[in-house]
Write a protein that binds this ligand. Structure first.
Ligand SMILES: NC(=O)C1=CN([C@@H]2O[C@H](COP(=O)(O)OP(=O)(O)OC[C@H]3O[C@@H](n4cnc5c(N)ncnc54)[C@H](OP(=O)(O)O)[C@@H]3O)[C@@H](O)[C@H]2O)C=CC1
Ligand SMILES: O=C(O)C1=N[C@H](C(=O)O)C[C@H](O)C1
Length: 266
């Protein structure tokens, strides 16, 4: 079976990785390539940046989604939510990698999964999803006497902070400890902050250069420090994870899934 893939944000960093991965996959075909209305990329061939044409032109017309099996969307929350409504109306499944949703946006995605099948994951890489499992073990073993801090660094172009992955890792630790990240997450420190609350989970976001995505969860005790890290060196880890998610959704009509479901590690 050939999976008919549509890609949103086609001229973006992830959009291009996804178009290249789709072009190189034997079991996938590029059905449509979307970009934002007004984008200079609209009208050009989707694989022109690879030095060859595939015959699919980048469009801002969401009707191009008709007939696709799945839309892979790495854009911005407002774009993803617009695409979500169209996919829901057309019965096209979705893989959502976009980060930075507020609670209402996340709830809208979950609600749409009653009508279409959706994989929503803030990190599509195998490595980060393995990290989640390691953190669950570490958090339980280090549940007292260790202060937990989540540190991330990304490229200077990233627009949201902390990263979706940092939030996901912090939530995994909080859940393992029976805490609610909404209550124990500390997202900024400045001035006379007072001593650290031992039940808190701190976040720090660094931005600079071309860093693809570094995440470290630190368990800091008295006399030792355990650090569990993932460092991305190529965005193709997110693209290959997305295609794995597309294969996972191929036989599904409805439902809400994450990469743990896709990888079978939940
Ligand atoms: N889950 C995961 O594994 C990963 C998630 N991400 C997330 O994916 C998202 C995109 O990242 P990245 O590719 O680096 O970003 P880019 O800025 O490089 O690309 C975003 C693309 O989306 C388009 N876009 C922007 N706004 C809209 C809109 N309202 N409607 C439709 N399209 C829009 C942009 O068009 P234009 O340039 O014309 O504005 C561009 O083509 C981010 O949220 C990032 O955090 C990134 C990597 C991995
Ligand atoms: O914007 C990025 O680049 C990335 N975003 C995701 C996030 O916010 O966690 C995933 C990855 O870290 C790269």
């Amino acid at each position: 079976m050939t999976i008919k893939i549509a890609i949103a944000g086609s001229s973006g960093r992830m959009g291009r990785m996804l178009i290249e991965a789709t072009a190189n996959a034997d079991d996938c075909v590029l059905h449509a390539a979307l970009d934002r209305a007004g984008s200079a990329a609209v009208g050009s061939d989707a694989t022109a940046f690879l030095g060859k044409d595939c015959g699919v032109k980048i469009t801002d017309q969401l009707d191009a989604l008709a007939g696709a099996d799945v839309l892979i969307d790495f854009t911005r929350p407002e774009g993803t939510l617009e695409h979500l409504a169209k996919c829901r109306a057309l019965g096209v499944n979705m893989i959502i990698g976009t980060t930075g949703f507020d609670e209402a946006g996340s709830a809208a995605i979950e609600a749409a999964s009653k009508d279409i099948a959706i994989v929503h994951a803030y990190n599509m890489s195998v490595g980060v999803n393995l990290l989640v499992k390691l953190l669950e073990v570490a958090a339980k073993a280090l549940s007292t006497g260790y202060d937990i801090e989540v540190l991330e660094m990304h490229h200077r172009m990233k627009v949201d902070a902390p990263s979706g992955t940092a939030l996901m890792l912090g939530k995994a630790v909080a859940d393992a400890l029976g805490r609610d990240l909404k209550d124990c997450g500390v997202f900024a420190r400045e001035g006379i902050t007072g001593e650290r609350d031992p039940s808190s989970i701190g976040f720090a976001a660094l931005r600079g250069g071309d860093v693809i995505g570094d995440h470290t969860v630190i368990f800091a005790g008295m006399g030792e420090r355990i650090e569990i890290s993932h460092k991305a060196s190529n965005r193709n880890i997110y693209a290959s994870g997305s295609l794995r998610a597309a294969r996972f959704l191929a036989d599904k009509k409805v439902g809400f899934f994450d990469m743990q479901n896709v990888l079978g590690v939940n």
